[in-house]
Design a protein around this ligand. Structure first.
Ligand SMILES: O=C(O)CC1=CCC(=O)O1
Length: 262
């Protein structure tokens, strides 16, 4: 079970694929673990070198006391990439994972050669919105909050299907401390200026039914980066890699081909 310690916090990560394959890093969303990406793995090319990790406060990574900062989340991702000796990679980040990707791309050009920004933005919500979420989670616990949050994650068809249950369970099992710590990091992040300076190939992915980061918001962010591509996935919500894994992997693979990463 590979893990590293940074800043006194143990971070869990997993690797798949050949060590000499083209590298991709996956970074997941608030309240999820690295298993968020399980559904797309069977549809990706075999020779990719895949790195996934759990953010601090999530999955099998340690849960330090909240609050956390975006700088800490970015430095954690950087430390995982350094430990796994991953360079020249495509960073695929969903929601807060996409914020981490934007920050790491600014900080470490040697690690992030290209970005996939799925269901994310340079700024998500505002401090009052996130404080309300923190208060509600601290008052009610993750178990009670999982249903209203998951309702915002998925398009209607998926939300009403039995396939939704494991994802609601994942959220119910998240640590309140870790969840609230990351909410604070998101609340304090506005990457419009640094992201506007990025000059790397970028693909934006949005879901037509995403209530958390609607398509216009995703598009506004990827348009900050000249030459970026954008895909709208219809009938998908905030987690299209879960709802439509084959289509999501198809968009990803086509992008990797288009930038010569495959
Ligand atoms: O859980 C949500 O409300 C959606 C979300 C916002 C940032 C993130 O990572 O997930």
């Amino acid at each position: 079970m590979p893990e590293i310690a940074r800043d006194g916090v143990t971070l869990h990560y997993e690797r798949q694929g050949p060590t000499d394959g083209p590298a991709v890093i996956f970074s997941n969303s608030l309240g999820t673990t690295l298993h968020l990406w399980d559904p797309i793995l069977p549809y990706l090319p075999d020779h990719l070198r895949i790195l996934r990790y759990d953010m601090r406060g999530h999955g099998q990574s340690e849960v330090p006391d909240a609050p956390y900062t975006m700088g800490q989340l970015i430095s954690d991702a950087e430390a995982v990439c350094d430990a796994a000796e991953v360079r020249d990679a495509v960073f695929i980040g969903l929601s807060v994972g996409g914020m981490i990707g934007q920050g790491l791309a600014v900080k470490r050009e040697d690690i992030v050669r290209s970005l996939v920004l799925s269901n994310t933005a340079a700024k998500i919500g505002n401090p009052a919105f996130w404080q309300e979420r923190i208060d509600a989670v601290q008052r009610n616990g993750m178990g009670q909050m999982a249903d209203p949050i998951v309702k915002r994650w998925f398009g209607r068809d998926f939300y009403e299907s039995p396939a939704m249950a494991p994802w609601q369970d994942m959220l119910s099992q998240a640590s309140v401390e870790g969840y609230c710590g990351v909410c604070t990091a998101i609340a304090g992040t506005d990457f419009y200026t640094p992201t506007s300076g990025l000059r790397i190939p970028t693909l934006g992915i949005a879901g037509s039914e995403d209530g958390s980061t609607p398509p216009d918001l995703v598009r506004e962010t990827v348009d900050l980066i000249p030459g970026s591509q954008f895909v709208l996935m219809r009938r998908a919500g905030h987690l299209p890699c879960v709802e439509q894994p084959e289509a999501f992997a198809g968009h990803l693979t086509a992008f990797l081909q288009s930038i010569g990463h495959l």
